[in-house]
Each structure stands twice: as structure tokens, then as C-alpha cells.
Design a protein around this ligand. Structure first.
Ligand code: LRH
Ligand code: MN
Length: 388
């Protein structure tokens, strides 16, 4: 069993990236509820992300989404982030919100629309050059709603061509993560519906292309820790969009709906020694806080990931291996359940004290008055949101 010092060392090194869009207003097709204090621009989103890092010590970067975070000077935004104590992370292009993209973006039947989409992806690589970001995080809403609507095969060819062009534009230390999603906004085919399709395209592209696993993008009952283990085994696990769900792509706080699933995923990652910052696996959140206050929700989410990983780090690997080798099913399962049933909050509080931060980040947030400050100062202007 890992001693507490080793567990704390691993947690101290872990990095969780928060998503700029989670600080903005979000909702469902029924309603987007505006909240007081919500950022009006990328700078205010970065400031909120910096607050999450100051209180958790574990979220030193924020992912951007373009054009939601479009600014005149990306290098200046990157400098602002550093001044705030964090850095800009993955760059997410958006080819799903313009009328031209109704029938798809890079998979659209019309070459002119495909050109427009690829040009936006290439623009996002330029933005990576300006911000120093190493990750291009690709998700395509592309798909169809009815059988026969378009050629599944032709759309795959168009997708491959677009990915190839962007891949060849990447700099030597840049890479692209290819996200998949089973359904929504399309309901017959999604051109990247599952890990197998993303994996196949990434293998065809090369080493700088890997699969992004959004935990909300699978069919109910999918064993995510299984596919994570296989992707990592083949060197194609590029990263995560962590969130949780009860039904579909609910984008709820990670660990809120199914903390045991998050623990099982963390167990496989710890076993694969894939928690380290230089493991090549990006740990990012992708959530929408439709009802709850956004900054404390992201603080809670970082804590949920830390708790799941801390429990996984406490798994008695030797006892587990011995029970598995002996075919002792109950004993093997018990080793995992012992770790999962361990209250790791005192250990995490100890780690935060050693880091010089408040052992209870949520209490510290409410005591610090940041929520009142942003609600008082961020008046006027246009609140950030998906703007769908
Ligand atoms: C699609 C998705 C994708 C993002 C968006 C905000 O559902 O998970 O990662 O671009 O959410
Ligand atoms: Mn996602």
C-alpha cells in the first residue's frame, strides 16, 4: 500500500484544467439561467479560473473555446493568465454554431463549407502558437438525423482529409485530441460516435493525435475504465473531459452522479501510472453549471477528482495482485472497496495545509467574499454564455 507521503506527492503533482465556458451562463434548450457575477469576457473567465487554482492548488490552467473566448491579443491574454498564477491550456475550436454548419462542418457535402471549417481549425493552431498552448482539443457536432441523409463513407473520407490537413499544420510540441460523442446534436449518426472511430482516425494520423474521452459521451452502461485502459495501452489516451451524468450528456459536476465510476477510472489510471503531469494524459473538466454558482462548483469538482484519485492511490496493489492471481474474486473486490470506502478528506486537508492553502477550499471561497465581489463589480456589459 502506498504510504500517505507517496499519495500526497502524487496528488501534489496532479493538474486539472478547468473549462472557460463553465464560468459562463449555460443551460438546456428549455432555458439558460443568467447568474449574477458571471464573466463578460475571457479575462474575467481567466480570473475566475485563477481563483479556483488559488484555493485548490491543483488547477493551474484554463481551456479556451473559440470564438467564445476570442480576444484581440491572445499573447496578452496568456500574459494576464500568468500574472494571475495560471496559464492558458487546450484550445477548443467551435464549428457547431453557425448556420453554414447545419449539415456538418468538416464532413459537410459542400467543399466550401468544409474549407471554412478547416480554416477555423487552422486559425486555432495559430492561437496555440500565440498562447503557448500544446493541445488542440477537437469536437465535431457533425452527423445526420435520418438514414440516407448523407453517405456515411464519404463523410468519413471528408473527416480524414480535414484531420490530416490540421495534423500536418501542428508544431513539433503540439498535439490534437479527438473527442467522440454517441449522439446529440444528431440522432442517426455522429461522424465521431465512439472511441473506436476516434482511435482509428488517430492511428491513421500519427503520434501527435490521440483520443479525448468525455465521460458524458457514452451509451448508458458503457464501461469507461475498460476503454480508458485499452486506449492507454496503445498509447492513444490523450486526455479527459471529466463530468458526470445520470442520463445523457448532462455535464454535471464530475463525481456527483457516480463517484464509484470515477474511482474505477482513477484506479486504472493509477495502475497505469498515468496521473503524472508528464504522462501525456490531459485531465480537463467539461461541465455546465446551469443552476449552481459556477466558481464553487468548479472548486467542488477539482476536489471530487482529487478524492477519487486519492482513494485509487490507496489501493493495496500487492494485495489486489495476490487475490487476482489466486482467483479470489471476493478478496480482490474487497481490496478495491476498502480503498473506495476510505475517507481521504483528512489526508487532502493535510496536503492543502502543507501547500499553504486553506484545508477547506469551499469554506475559504465563501469566507473570502469573491462571489460578492464579482456580483457587485460585474454589472453591465454582456454576460458570457454559449450564445447558441
Ligand atoms: C460537446 C462537448 C465538447 C465541447 C462542448 C462544450 O458536447 O463535450 O467538448 O466543445 O461540449
Ligand atoms: Mn467535452
Amino acid at each position: 500500500m502506498k504510504d500517505h507521503a507517496a499519495v500526497k506527492a502524487a496528488l501534489r503533482a496532479m493538474r486539472i484544467e478547468t473549462p472557460s465556458w463553465a464560468y459562463g451562463n449555460s443551460g438546456t434548450r428549455f432555458k439558460v439561467y443568467a447568474q449574477a457575477g458571471v464573466p463578460r469576457d475571457a479575462y474575467e473567465k481567466v480570473a475566475d479560473a485563477a481563483m479556483v487554482h488559488r484555493l485548490t492548488g491543483a488547477a493551474p490552467s484554463v481551456a479556451l473555446h473559440i470564438p467564445w473566448d476570442r480576444v484581440d491579443d491572445y499573447a496578452d491574454l496568456a500574459r494576464f493568465a500568468v500574472d494571475q498564477g495560471i496559464r492558458l491550456g487546450a484550445i477548443n475550436p467551435n464549428v457547431f454554431q453557425e448556420d453554414d454548419y447545419k449539415l456538418g462542418s468538416v464532413c459537410h457535402p459542400d467543399a466550401t463549407v468544409r474549407r471554412k471549417a478547416v480554416d477555423h481549425l487552422l486559425e486555432c493552431v495559430d492561437i496555440m502558437d500565440a498562447t503557448g498552448s500544446k493541445v488542440l482539443s477537437l469536437w465535431f457536432a457533425d452527423g445526420t438525423n435520418y438514414a440516407g441523409q448523407d453517405s456515411i463513407a464519404a463523410r468519413q473520407d471528408r473527416l480524414a482529409d480535414a484531420l490530416r490537413e490540421v495534423y500536418d499544420r501542428l508544431g513539433p510540441d503540439q498535439r490534437m485530441l479527438v473527442e467522440y460523442k454517441l449522439f446529440e446534436p444528431h440522432f442517426y449518426t455522429m461522424d465521431l460516435p465512439d472511441w473506436g472511430t476516434s482511435y482509428a482516425h488517430c492511428v491513421a494520423l500519427g503520434d501527435k493525435a490521440q483520443v479525448l474521452v468525455d465521460t458524458g459521451h457514452h451509451a448508458p452502461g458503457t464501461n469507461i475504465e475498460f476503454l480508458v485502459t485499452v486506449l492507454h495501452r496503445f498509447g492513444k489516451l490523450g486526455g479527459f473531459h471529466f463530468n458526470s451524468r445520470n442520463y445523457a450528456d448532462d455535464d454535471l459536476m464530475v463525481g456527483a452522479a457516480d463517484p464509484f465510476q470515477l474511482f474505477r477510472i482513477a484506479h486504472e489510471l493509477v495502475r497505469a501510472d498515468a496521473i503524472r503531469p508528464d504522462s501525456g494524459v490531459e485531465y480537463m473538466l467539461d461541465q455546465c453549471h446551469n443552476l449552481e454558482a459556477k466558481v464553487p462548483a468548479l472548486i467542488r469538482s477539482v476536489l471530487n477528482v482529487q478524492e477519487a484519485v486519492a482513494k485509487a492511490l490507496l489501493v493495496d496493489a500487492d494485495a489486489l495482485a495476490a487475490a487476482q492471481q489466486a482467483g479470489d474474486v471476493l478478496a480482490a473486490h474487497a481490496v478495491l472497496m476498502d480503498a473506495f470506502s476510505t475517507d481521504v478528506r483528512p489526508l487532502l486537508a493535510e496536503l492543502r495545509t502543507e501547500l499553504g492553502i486553506d484545508p477547506d477550499p469551499i469554506a475559504a471561497y465563501h469566507a473570502g467574499g469573491y462571489q460578492q465581489q464579482i456580483e457587485a463589480t460585474r454589472t453591465g456589459g454582456r454576460q458570457a454564455g454559449w450564445g447558441a
